[in-house]
Structure formats: C-alpha cells, structure tokens
Design a protein around this ligand. Structure first.
Ligand code: FE
Ligand code: FE
Ligand code: ZN
Length: 305
C-alpha cells in the first residue's frame, strides 16, 4: 500500500480528456492528480468521451493510480453564495458538473463555497446551503469538498467555523466534506508553524473525518494577508519544513495531496515560456529535502526538452 498520495493540477483537454490527464500526471511521477473538466474560469464544457474514459481507467489501473484519490475542481466562477441572477445558472451548472464527474468515475469534487458580494457572510452561507441542498440528493455519488478560502474580497469559508456552518446546514452531510488549502488558510491568518494546533482546531470545529483533500501550496504573502497568491513548494512564507510537516502527518496519511503551485516563467531564445514545476516539486517532496536550485533545474530540464 502506497502511503503518500501526491499529485498536482493537470490539464484536461478536449481531444484527450481523462486519458491525457493521466499521462500528464504520470510524467510528473504523481500517483494522483486534479483537473478542471474545462477552462477553470468559464463554464463551457465538452461532453465526456466514454472510450477515452475507459482507456484512462485502464492506464490508471496499470500504473497503480487509485481513482478514489483523483480530484476534479469545479470552475471558480460558480458562486453559490450570492443569489443574484446567476444563482440558478450556477446551481444548474453544478448539477451537470456532478454528472460529468460521475461519468468519469471520479469521486472527489472540490468547490469554492462562494463570495457573498455584499450580502454578508451569514446570508452567503444560507445561500450556499440552499444551493447544495438543491444539487445533492440521496443518489449523488460524488463527494463535494468545500475549499477553505483565503478571505479575498467577500469569500465565505475563510474560517473553519464558516465551513462548519455550511456543513451543519446540509441535508446529506455524508456527501459533503472539506478541501484544506495550505496557502489559503495561511493567507486567512492560520499560523502553519503550529500545525498541530490548527489540526486540533479543525477537528473540534469540523471533524478530521471530513478532511478529504489537501491543496499543498506555499504562499507569496504573509500570514493573514488575504491575498491568495500561491508560491512554489518551500519557496514562500509557509516554508518547506512546515509544508513537509503536513505532508508527512500521520493523521493525514490517506488524503490526496495536490500541488497548485505556479508555473515557472522563462525566456528562451527570446521567447517567453512557462514550465510546469510539478515533476521537480514531487521529486523534492519524495526526497524530503529542499532543493534550493529547484527553479533553475526546471528551466534547464524544459529548455533541453
Ligand atoms: Fe481552489
Ligand atoms: Fe486550492
Ligand atoms: Zn488559491
């Protein structure tokens, strides 16, 4: 049994779909991954190709990727907190997204709770609960993971208490849990030097059994900055040691850990390029040692490629 489930955000392209995502994840040395079923910033979605899906399932089996640890991220423009003219559309889209995720055979769906945009968090949470109770029913096979947010703008879900209020309101609590994003909770003001304390706090307000996905990102900004700008693993204000503490924590063993760290920019032959950092970050995490030359190593590798 593999103990560490480590992966990253990967693409999901129209032509290759899940098969392409698996191939990309394998190229990073990952044993799990997360993807959007289309562009994260819009809701245009291709229909799921069953043949590509079954080829992807076969490849996952061959390569020991447990599909139960694979994650889909819902597009972040879906806002369930504000019941404006887009609310009904967001609910309908989320229903369709759940159907797509089920067709792909994936179980975990990460969702941003939403931004109340002036209504206040209490009303925002009320709207989120109502939307989730419309979308999720007894037959839903997907587990929705509400992501902890940085508190940028009017985001709901920036504290464990706010997340817990949502969970308390839902009709099918077994189908709704949490995705903890390290950059987001750091930016929301949780001190990751005291992770043991944070975990206790999480357990007391939400319950550890509700923690289904971890987003393992460093942060470009200081604790409590409410900025939500991710940094490469070990290169930000959280730091390698604190992140590895979470990565290796015995209480978080079976939980998929997903990197959403930024691509590395480069100018090669006068061309602007960006390279995915994940192969090198995953290697470094497995080595349990900070690679001070990570960025240079990534540039050298992809320049030659
Ligand atoms: Fe997210
Ligand atoms: Fe995240
Ligand atoms: Zn973020």
């Amino acid at each position: 049994m593999e103990e560490l489930y480590i992966g990253s955000h990967v693409s999901f392209k129209r032509e290759e779909q899940l098969l392409g995502s698996v191939v990309e994840a394998l190229s990073y040395g990952a044993n799990t991954f997360m993807f959007y079923t289309g562009a994260p910033q819009n809701t245009a979605r291709a229909s799921i190709d069953l043949e590509l899906t079954s080829l992807a399932h076969k490849l996952m089996q061959e390569k020991n990727i447990d599909i139960k640890k694979v994650v889909v991220h819902a597009p972040y423009i879906i806002n369930l907190a504000n019941d404006n003219e887009k609310y009904e559309f967001a609910i309908r889209f989320l229903k369709e997204e759940i159907a797509r995720v089920e067709m792909l055979g994936v179980e975990l769906l990460v969702l941003h709770p939403g931004s109340h945009v002036g209504l206040g968090c209490e009303k925002g949470i009320e709207n989120i609960v109502r939307a989730l109770n419309t979308v999720v029913d007894s037959k839903t096979n997907v587990k929705i993971c509400l992501e902890t947010m940085a508190g940028k703008g009017s985001e709901c879900g920036k504290t464990f208490e706010e997340i817990s209020l949502i969970l308390k309101g839902v009709r099918y609590p077994d189908k709704i849990g949490v995705c903890l994003d390290t950059c987001h909770i750091h930016d929301a003001g949780y001190c990751l030097h005291n992770f043991e304390e944070i975990l206790t706090q999480f357990d007391n307000t939400i319950g550890l059994s509700k923690l289904w996905v971890l987003h393992m990102n460093d942060s470009k900004n200081e604790e409590g900055s409410h900025k939500d700008r991710h940094e490469n693993f070990g290169f930000g204000h959280i730091g390698f040691e604190n992140l590895m503490n979470i990565m290796n924590h015995p209480k978080l063993k079976g939980i998929p850990k997903i990197l959403e760290t930024p691509y590395i920019s480069d100018t090669d032959n006068c061309k602007e390029k960006i390279y995915p950092p994940y192969k090198f970050e995953i290697e470094m995490i497995k080595n349990q040692k900070l690679n001070h030359n990570l960025i240079e190593d990534i540039r050298n590798y992809y320049r030659k490629a």
